[in-house]
Ligand binder design. Structure first.
Ligand SMILES: [Zn+2]
Length: 229
């Protein structure tokens, strides 16, 4: 079981950065909650603890204590930038070991693959949550709330979904998470013949299992288009 601690920045009396009618504390909670739901719905053997699940005040020490006590494998802190720049960047502690830096590289690359923000690069810092957490840690800064073009993206639900998905893909790479296999029943028509099939969807297999084959000469080829009745 991989234990991921997700830390939505700010909350409660601490709004974080503000701009264009947006509050950092709301955006970080939206992104963090989305990352949690995707991981729990789609991946095996992953356990999540969040520093907050709602709009409440949590100190930096409470956040790192919670992750340390729980024995997290990774500390992921989500933030939104401010101060008049543009783009995405992430931070690890300045004294990080190679493993934490490799994790940062994977997170950075996967997040940038799905992100339309400018790439500001991988950085180091002496932030409390990075320094005081006793496991590899990263802090991501997902665009500038006080820059018009970034704020426009932060107002888009589909953009926030992609941001969350990028974080998930980085975590999948870092911890070799495997996808849950789901089975879906379909009725399929090929010419005049009707087939009942069950399809399995997973990370490594997407196989067609013939569930109730009515014509032994029928083979489904890769790329063949079938009509679902
Ligand atoms: Zn912040």
């Amino acid at each position: 079981m991989v234990k991921i601690f997700i830390d939505p920045g700010h909350g409660g009396s601490d709004s974080g950065a503000l701009g264009y009618g947006l509050k950092e504390k709301d955006l970080t909670l939206t992104i963090a909650t989305r990352i949690r739901s995707i991981l729990l719905a789609e991946y095996n053997d992953v356990s999540i603890l969040m520093s907050r699940m709602k709009d409440e005040t949590v100190t930096l020490t409470q956040r790192t204590n919670a992750a340390n006590t729980w024995g997290a494998d990774y500390f992921l802190s989500i933030h939104i930038n401010a101060g008049g720049g543009t783009g995405y960047e992430d931070f690890v502690y300045q004294g990080s070991n190679t493993r934490a830096v490799n994790y940062q590289t994977n997170m950075h690359n996967e997040i940038m693959k799905l992100n339309t923000l400018t790439d500001r690069g991988q950085k180091t810092a002496n932030f409390h949550v990075l320094r005081e957490s006793r496991m590899p840690a990263i802090l991501t800064e997902n665009g500038f709330i006080d820059t018009n073009s970034d704020a426009a993206l932060l107002k888009s639900a589909s953009h926030l979904d992609l941001v969350a998905r990028g974080h998930v893909n980085g975590l999948v790479k870092n911890f070799n998470l495997t996808k849950k296999v789901t089975t879906v029943q379909h009725t399929v028509v090929n010419g005049d013949t009707v087939y009942a099939l069950s399809l399995q969807y997973g990370s490594t297999v997407q196989q067609i299992k013939e569930w109730n084959k009515l014509d032994s000469s029928f083979t489904i080829h890769a790329g063949q288009v079938l009509r679902v009745k």
